[in-house]
Design a protein around this ligand. Sequence first.
Ligand SMILES: Cc1cc2nc3c(=O)[nH]c(=O)nc-3n(C[C@H](O)[C@H](O)[C@H](O)COP(=O)(O)OP(=O)(O)OC[C@H]3O[C@@H](n4cnc5c(N)ncnc54)[C@H](O)[C@@H]3O)c2cc1C
Length: 425
Amino acid sequence: MREACDLVVVGAGPGGLAAACRAAEAGLEVLVLDTQPEPGGQVWRGEARKGANRLARRWLTRFAASGARFRPGARVVAAPEPGVLLVEEGSSSFAVRYSRAVLATGARERFLPFPGWTLPGVLGVSGLQVLIKDGLPIRGKRVVLAGTGPLLLAAAATIHAHGGEVLYIAEQASAESHWGFALQLWRHPTKLLQGALMSAALIRVPTSTDAWVIAAEGEGRVESVRLSVRGREEQLRCDYLGAAYGLVPNLEVARLLGCETSAGTVVVNERMETRVPKVHAVGELLGIGGMDQALVTGELAGLVAAEQPIPVELERTWHRVRAFAAQLARHDAPRAELRRLATPDTLLCRCEDVPLSALEGCQNLREARLYARLGMGACQGRTCGTAAQTLFGWSGEDVRPPCLPARIGSLRLPSDVSSTHTRES
Ligand SMILES: Cc1cc2nc3c(=O)[nH]c(=O)nc-3n(C[C@H](O)[C@H](O)[C@H](O)COP(=O)(O)OP(=O)(O)OC[C@H]3O[C@@H](n4cnc5c(N)ncnc54)[C@H](O)[C@@H]3O)c2cc1C
């Protein structure tokens, strides 16, 4: 099976939706692919059904009317040649031939290992929030959150709203960095208001900067956590621990296509063009900046792809959201102590049961993969690879296809799609 389009958009979060709307409204034939069953990405997950969030509803309605086609459950797994993507969808697969691409694959949580981090009941901060939104019963459950940045507050607000008890919020950033970041928020009134409303709802929840989880303990599942809070140790009994240290961009598809990356983000110019001709990147791929950044960069990429003029206001917004992303990156940078929590027998790769001690002597991710099987399991290093990069300062290795686990048959390029065939016919 094959598909052809003017513009393929990988990822249907706010960034991908904004790009698709702008390009389709200008007359391009647009195909949007996403692994999820519905459009919306991380922040608007489930909104296509619920319709509770006004901004999400506006964009999802606009997307539905734009003429862009959406293929749900479609995972981009390989890019065998310029202008072609291989996609796995359920038990079948297909190839997409495109003239331009917008990559909007978002971000994932940064998990850092500590003793007990693989116990049931220990989840990511936003992962726990997503599960609750999807129906995990949390009423009456005691939850400790440890991590960094605004997503801690967002998760705490969701737990609180669903009847859970947030026992403690441990923010790893120093007090100086945290309050410095908060003071800068006057430049971003919407975010300031969101933060103030969430903080007001959580006023009774003990919160500390310079605080992080040392260990999770329990028989068969988490029963208590030990925290380091400004140099002293505290123990709390709990039912769930949400622990993750900010987000990192999902660079796999961008790397497959050969896009240049720097400091863990895709390099783009002001037109959201990567160094690969006719390939754009938007949203969290440019550095963690949240929904506002995703929308504005998506709109810019969609307009450029469709060769439309760029409104000055959109450019101004881009500069503003970029400044916010830079502040957030400084705030969320994991402190040195977090790199020293794992003990030699702490599992670093939970898919392949690789303890930290097995990486002794490895100099980079490739060696860790070859000699210790780190990242060879189902998640393909999405969790442990990121952790190892943070722990050892290793850079991301080149991605080889498939970038997500895939059937061998999905990696076959149909002969009528390859450029050789196109030239001959
Ligand atoms: C778990 C989680 C929860 C979050 N919750 C919130 C929240 O509640 N509030 C908030 O403000 N921010 C939240 N964020 C931050 C969020 O990243 C941004 O606010 C916003 O969603 C970014 O938009 P985006 O379009 O860049 O990416 P995303 O919204 O992340 O969308 C990226 C999309 O790309 C798809 N994708 C990735 N790889 C492939 C592939 N190979 N093939 C096909 N599709 C692919 C994904 O399925 C996803 O739908 C969350 C982030 C995470 C990781």
